[in-house]
Design a protein around this ligand. Structure first.
Ligand SMILES: Cc1cc2nc3c(=O)[nH]c(=O)nc-3n(C[C@H](O)[C@H](O)[C@H](O)COP(=O)(O)O)c2cc1C
Length: 179
């Protein structure tokens, strides 16, 4: 199976990236092929309000074309993001907006959601629910959603149970999707 992970943190090597990389490693341990996109590093320009037909005629020149290909080829998508004011980061929201021309091609895929935040679970659930809503719109089945309390870079990696929780969730997703 092919897995594509996207991390919405604007900072490199933060908690959401760590969570996503744990998940990708766990998928690899089960024989899956993985690819990832760090929105902190990628060239993903802002949605300029163009509608799909306009974008087909005049595409925005950035990394989104390669990303589209990778997402369409993937069986399972991993969405990992920090919570910003109970929502995804602006980088993740923009990324989602940029899938507008091809989100219908994601129908039937599966998703795993990973959310980090410094406040309580309620705050992180706002973010989870937004991502679930996107998946509903796109016809993507959410197979798992985990949230973690973490503030500073490196916090989550220090939580002894976090890696195992993610690996367990990945194994459950694999079991549910065995051909
Ligand atoms: C602008 C901003 C808004 C934030 N809002 C929230 C919030 O509403 N709830 C929360 O739990 N954490 C909030 N946080 C904290 C981050 O979610 C937290 O530090 C997280 O671990 C950062 O993830 P990263 O290391 O992957 O960048 C906010 C951080 C920033 C910079």
């Amino acid at each position: 199976m092919k897995i594509f992970g996207v991390c919405g943190s604007p900072r490199k090597n933060g908690n959401a990236q760590w969570a996503m990389e744990q998940a990708l490693q766990a998928f690899e341990a089960q024989g899956c092929q993985t690819a990832k996109l760090l929105l902190s590093q990628a060239d993903i320009k802002l949605c300029d309000g163009s509608l799909p037909a306009e974008l087909a005629a005049n595409p925005i020149k950035d990394d989104m074309r390669q990303v589209e290909q990778a997402m369409i080829e993937a069986d399972i998508l991993v969405f990992a993001t920090p919570t910003y004011f109970d929502m995804v980061t602006p980088q993740m929201k923009n990324f989602i907006d940029r899938t507008d021309p091809f989100y219908k091609s994601l129908k039937g895929k599966k998703a795993l959601i990973l959310v980090v935040g410094q406040a309580d679970e309620d705050s992180r659930m706002g973010t989870v629910n937004y991502l679930k809503q996107y998946c509903t719109i796109a016809g993507i089945a959410v197979e798992g959603a985990l949230t973690f309390q973490a503030t500073h870079k490196g916090d989550l990696a220090l939580q002894p149970e976090a890696a195992e929780k993610i690996a367990q969730q990945v194994r459950a997703v694999i079991r549910a999707n065995k051909p």
